[in-house]
Design a protein around this ligand. Structure first.
Ligand code: MIC
Ligand code: SF4
Length: 656
């Protein structure tokens, strides 16, 4: 039977004795084996603490890389301490370590480690960037990645495979960012749920690997499981340019294969687009936002920090000056890209124009440095513009491509690049035919690790572990939210907070601090409690702190209209029950502070339907779960760590 590329990759990663791929339907629970893992500094510590707790002596995945790339702004000793810990962990357990300054995890991974056809699990929601080279790349929380490093397969709900047929060619001034912004315009921030977007069609051939990376990367903004491109002649060229042709594997969908859904985008109709505050799907043509006064422009991130992205911006800026009211910062995604830009004189053009070149890292993208001014407007080439994401609560973030960003930096207003530059003059800018390769900032795994000591700074506190849920639950509602609450709302981004990630008791003090500053005291005062959420609760990042900190504060369940994929899994991993209103109108019958009772919680969990009595209002409502049998077992054990340990002890008993 002819298979689409997604199904081919899934079939190749089904553990032995799995059902045949042809019988697997969307919505089925499947397991996939994981070849590569990646972690980064602000999610890694929890993940390696979980890995240590599993008691395994060496990572079991083919290739595991620990990247130090997000928080390089050492505001105090906490983050450098974390980095030393992570470097010692990498040595001890057989991982590669990409040192600070080598580049952003996703951009380095597909260039230096990725292999078409391999699976990749990363503690970051933008791990799907690897789909640019035909990897089956999925974002997850630290616990899932710890399990994958221990050699366990990933539990996944089989998504629908959507064929995204790209036809035509991008016009001058439009770019890959406009393709994914068009997807976001169509699907919205939750419309990709339960879907994998598989790109196909003649238009794909006109997109270079980093452009595909931009598109695959921001599938995360639609809550998609992942996005995938074929490993075709373009990918082969990229591998040759990286000096890695031997790692290239050609991969395409079979002719006449079937898809669950299909859409078409005619690239030649796309004009420059921009996502307006405060959601990535608030997409408009740049011309509609034109004229808004701009204080800050940031060009970089794992989304648009490639050689060609920055070279295009530089060409628009060449011989001109950044507007006096604008701070323009540029951060190439990797050291390799930075070096190419230096060698080609592009960095010179940028600094001549008045750009500030910042460190090679995530930085500004997640509010670690370069916060906009009070009430300011920041135009960014990154991927998320949630409220507060840039580090300033009331700033307005606009997300767009490098051409619009550069044009806006010059005029000081949001500007369609075609209004100030003949964009046909950008068409010759391509990725280098040969990149300078130097992996000296990647420390390879070592074999003899017996004497390696793990160095733990004072900020690294143990990973809290939940207990099994009680038979009956009596709780208060400690928070009621609206729709599209992001993990940035739950666990704020930014330099100060990111440095607290290894210390749950400390970072828990700031849970929801930007959204509702009274949440922590309320949760502590009313523990145990539940959170009531709207649609798409927990969208955005993979940070499991957004599940662990409420759990630490006594939150037993989240009852929402819907919950974003990675966050749902993180809640399960930490024993917090994700539930949904059976009747969405019941959301209106539960208010902050209400007292709820679920008299038969543990029993009803097994049936997936829990009856709550709202004691305060004297009404009852039903909450349902979508837990699979194994997820229910995990919840009943109090989380994944307890569950794996219980499985291990059972199997060692049956093995003896
Ligand atoms: C992000 O882009 O939001 C981050 C920071 O990379 C996160 C990871 C995290 O919050 O720790 C992500 O995308 O998962
Ligand atoms: Fe880093 Fe931003 Fe990419 Fe997240 S989205 S990995 S913070 S550059």
């Amino acid at each position: 039977m002819p298979l689409n590329l997604t199904r081919k990759l899934i079939a190749a990663h089904l553990p032995p004795q799995s059902t045949d791929i042809s019988t697997i339907k969307p919505g089925d629970e499947i397991y996939i084996t994981i070849d590569h893992t990646l972690t980064h500094d602000i999610t890694a510590v929890m993940s390696y603490l979980a890995f240590e707790a599993l008691g395994i002596s060496r990572v079991a995945a083919e290739c595991s890389v620990s990247y130090l790339d997000h928080n390089l702004l050492y505001v105090d000793s906490k983050t450098p301490d974390d980095h030393i810990f992570l470097q010692s962990v990498a040595k001890k357990y057989g991982l590669y370590l990409s040192r600070p300054g080598n580049g952003i995890c996703h951009s380095v991974h597909y260039a230096r480690f990725g292999i078409p056809g391999k699976s990749l699990l990363g503690t970051d929601s933008h791990t799907p960037t690897g789909g640019a080279i035909g990897m089956l790349a999925v974002g997850a929380g630290g616990m899932d990645v710890a399990a994958a490093m221990a050699g366990l397969p990933l539990r996944l709900i089989m998504p629908k495979v959507v064929k995204v047929e790209l036809i035509g060619k991008l016009r001058p001034g439009s770019g890959a960012k406009d393709v994914i912004l068009e997807m976001l315009r169509r699907y919205g921030v939750k419309g990709g749920g339960g879907r994998i977007f598989e790109y196909a069609g003649e238009g794909v051939l006109s997109l270079e690997v980093p452009e595909r990376g931009t598109i695959a990367n921001m599938g995360a903004e639609m809550n998609a499981t992942t996005s995938l491109f074929p490993a075709d002649a373009v990918v082969r060229r990229f591998f040759a340019a990286q000096g890695r042709e031997a790692d290239f594997v050609s991969l395409e969908a079979d002719t006449d294969c079937a898809y669950d859904e299909a859409i078409t985008i005619d690239l030649s109709t796309l004009e420059p687009l921009i996502a307006c505050p405060d959601m990535p799907d608030n997409v408009r043509p740049v011309s509609e936002a034109a004229g808004v006064k701009v204080n800050q422009v940031y060009i970089g991130s794992c989304t648009n920090g490639s050689y060609a992205d920055i070279a295009k911006a530089a060409r628009i800026l060449k011989g001109r000056r950044v507007h006096e009211d604008v701070s323009l910062t540029v951060a190439p995604a990797t050291r390799q890209i930075f070096r190419e830009l230096l060698e080609d004189g592009i960095i010179t053009d940028l600094i001549d124009a008045g750009a500030r070149i910042t460190e090679i890292c995530c930085g500004a993208c997640c509010g670690i440095g370069q916060a906009p001014p009070t009430g300011g407007v920041s135009v960014r080439t990154s991927n998320r513009n949630f409220k507060g994401r840039g580090g300033t609560e009331d700033a307005k973030l606009y997300i767009t491509g490098p051409e619009t960003a550069a044009a806006s930096a010059i005029t000081g207003r949001i500007t369609d690049p075609r209004a100030v530059f003949d964009c046909a003059k950008l068409l010759d800018i391509k990725e280098p035919e040969h990149y300078h390769t130097d992996d000296s900032m990647i420390l390879p795994p070592i074999l003899d690790t017996a004497d390696i000591e793990i160095i733990r700074g004072p900020n690294i506190k143990p990973l809290p572990v939940n207990a099994a849920p009680p038979a009956a639950l009596s709780v208060r509602v400690s928070l009621k939210t609206g729709d599209n609450i992001s993990t940035d709302d739950i666990t704020p981004a930014g330099a100060q907070f990111s440095s607290m990630r290894s210390n749950i008791p400390l970072i828990a003090e700031y849970a929801f601090s930007r959204y509702d500053p009274d949440f922590v005291s309320r949760a502590k005062g009313s523990a145990p409690s539940v959170i009531v959420g709207g649609e798409n609760y927990g969208q955005g990042s993979s940070r499991e702190h957004a599940a662990i900190t409420p759990m630490f504060l006594g939150v037993k369940a989240v009852i929402a209209k819907s919950i974003a994929r990675i966050h749902r899994n993180n809640l399960i991993n930490h024993g917090v029950i994700p539930m949904f209103f059976e009747n969405k109108d019941d959301y209106g019958r539960v208010e902050l502070g209400d007292e709820l009772e679920a008299a038969a919680l543990a029993e009803q969990l097994k049936e997936g339907r829990i009856i709550f009595k709202n004691v305060t209002r004297n009404v009852s409502f039903a909450a349902i779960t979508d837990l699979t049998a194994s997820e229910t077992a995990i919840i009943l054990s109090g989380g994944t760590l307890n569950w794996i340990k219980a499985q291990n002890s059972q199997s060692s008993i049956s093995n003896t």
